[in-house]
Design a protein around this ligand. Structure first.
Ligand code: KIV
Ligand code: ZN
Length: 543
């Protein structure tokens, strides 16, 4: 008999986007949703449409374009929320409305200011109302781990009775332990199945105690057939159950769990990189499955073992999760054909213009670095081709003087490629605004060389930006490794952009990332209060 399928419900774009400091724009959300469809998740929770016009627009765009997974929208147990969710999902191939309340007294009394009976009544009304728009209705009660089990049974039974086809059991604050959580899930599942044997029980776990994946797996052992998770485990506070970890645990230990998963695991690494780049949330090197060290063997005894027989120290193969093999085959004598083949093997199907850009950067890199690995190539192409915004400004060159006895000073030359209008032109007396193809040179000093370059760029474009986050990682372990810089930048009107830069020179990588973020901000619509852009800029969302 075939093993029961555990559905993967991805909430990267909803709960994941609630990570502090993360704000994805519509274009970025669509790109992630397309990749999630390629990955083969069963359900994409695309957003919370009532939260802002930007959320509404993003869910609408995903529902209209992305085919394959069910597209889900979140709604509180209020008719207005459900109307917004239904409207956002109108063009979805398959639509799910996910309505939620809270189960614990602390949430009901202090946050929702509802009695248990009022919460239950609203839940029943919300599920019934959502069923008018779709048969696929999911119901959740936040904070089950701290709730009274007797109330939970009443609440979930009422939701199933009202027509919920999936009941989701969230450990909202990451408080539970695997044994305890399995108990709650098993208990609720038995009572729900008495009412509707086809109901799907889902688990939604948070990582406050580092137990999100363990708790989700315990839920599966107690009969859950859906796991809610986010790529790289991003999300509120310590995050959500990490999709790549829970999927690989289920598959690697299929002998133990006896469950199937429909995800195409070879897409996991690429999905992780994309989410990391667009969210600006850097993946720690020792992160399970997708971290830079996940398949690296340092100790001599381990290396020896792996060389003799991989399974001595590897329980998964890097190729199973799509980690690019490090093969030092490309160098400065490699031509277009070799590069095209390598990029195709890495899964990058680039158009002519994109390929030309990739080739140009490859040649620049090959002049500086002897052997170019797949990881190097992926870093450059992802940063400067796939995730690049259309150029408004181009950094023509930069020069830096730095050292422990000098004040760091940078000179940059920046060209304006497209003329700007209105607020995007900045407002200050910038020297290049409005002059298509004009270029300007500026210098600045700073606390360090990167700071000096950033100040000089601000001067050159005639605007000041705020650097909200900066992270640097080495793509490989060598001394001549490529440095990959991820930054988050915001402007005076509160719009934020995340961008990447990659180079063997970390100052150049930093400058490239900054320029890319500036280009993204300059390409965004003006954030007037009440507009979609303002909502996106403010990253309005709630739960
Ligand atoms: O953590 C939580 O409880 C949630 C719900 C909306 C499912 O995210
Ligand atoms: Zn959550």
């Amino acid at each position: 008999m075939a093993e029961p399928l555990v559905r993967i419900f991805d909430t990267t774009l909803r709960d994941g986007e609630q990570s502090p400091g993360v704000s994805l724009n519509l274009h970025e959300k669509l790109e992630i949703a397309r990749q999630l469809a390629r990955l083969g998740v069963d359900i994409i929770e695309a957003g919370f449409p009532i939260a802002s016009p930007g959320e509404m627009a993003a869910v609408q765009a995903i529902a209209a374009e992305v085919r394959g997974p069910v597209i889900c929208a979140l709604a509180r147990t209020r008719r207005g929320d459900i109307d917004a969710a239904a409207q956002a999902l109108r063009t979805a191939e398959r639509a799910r409305i996910h309505t939620f309340t809270s189960g614990s007294r602390v949430h009901l009394e202090h946050m929702l200011r509802l009695t248990e009976d009022q919460a239950l009544e609203m839940a029943v009304d919300a599920v019934r109302y959502a069923r008018k728009f779709t048969d696929d209705v999911e119901f959740s009660a936040q904070d089950v781990a701290r709730a009274d089990p007797a109330f939970l049974v009443r609440l979930y039974a009422a939701a199933v009775d009202a027509g919920a086809s999936t009941i989701n059991v969230p450990d909202t604050v990451g408080y539970s332990t695997p044994g305890e959580f399995a108990g709650i899930v098993g208990f609720l599942r038995e009572r729900a199945e008495d009412l509707n044997p086809d109901v799907i029980v889902s688990v939604h776990t948070h990582d406050d105690l580092g137990l999100a994946v363990a708790n989700a797996l315990a839920g599966v052992e107690a009969g859950a057939l859906q796991i809610e998770c986010a790529v790289n485990g991003i999300g509120e506070r310590a995050g959500n159950c990490a999709l790549e970890e829970v999927v690989m645990a289920l598959l690697t230990r299929r002998d133990h769990y006896g469950r199937a998963v429909a995800v195409r695991t070879e897409e996991l690494y690429r999905t992780s990189r994309l989410v990391s780049k667009l969210s600006g949330m850097v993946v720690q090197p020792n992160k399970a499955v997708v971290g830079a060290n996940a398949f690296a063997h340092e100790a001599g005894i381990h290396q020896d073992g792996v060389l003799k027989e991989r399974s001595t120290y590897e329980i998964m193969r890097p190729e199973d999760v799509g980690v690019p093999e490090t093969r030092l085959v490309l160098g400065k004598h490699s031509g277009r054909h070799a590069l095209r083949e390598r990029l195709t093997a890495l899964g990058y199907g680039l158009g002519e213009a994109e390929f030309a850009r990739a080739f140009e950067r490859f040649k620049e890199l090959a002049d500086k670095k002897r052997g170019i690995s797949d990881a190097d190539l992926a870093a450059i192409v992802q940063a400067e081709v796939v995730a690049a915004a259309p150029e408004v400004y181009r950094l023509e060159y930069f020069q830096v003087t730095a050292g422990n006895t000098t004040v760091p000073t940078a000179t940059v030359r920046v060209a304006l490629l497209r003329s700007l209008s209105g607020a995007d032109a900045g407002g200050g007396p910038g020297p290049v605004r409005g002059d298509a193809c004009a270029a300007v040179q500026e210098s600045a000093t700073g606390d360090g060389p990167v700071d000096a370059v950033y100040r000089a760029i601000d001067r050159a474009v005639g605007r000041e930006f705020r650097l909200d986050d900066y992270a640097l990682r080495a793509v490989t372990g060598d001394k001549d490794a490529i440095g990959e810089v991820t930054i988050r930048l915001s402007d005076a009107s509160g719009r934020t952009a995340t961008a990447l830069g990659a180079s063997t020179d970390v100052i150049e990588a930093s400058a490239r990332a900054y320029m890319a973020a500036v280009n993204k901000l300059c390409g965004m619509p003006e954030a007037r209060p009440g507009t979609e852009a303002a909502a996106l800029a403010a990253g309005e969302r709630q739960v």
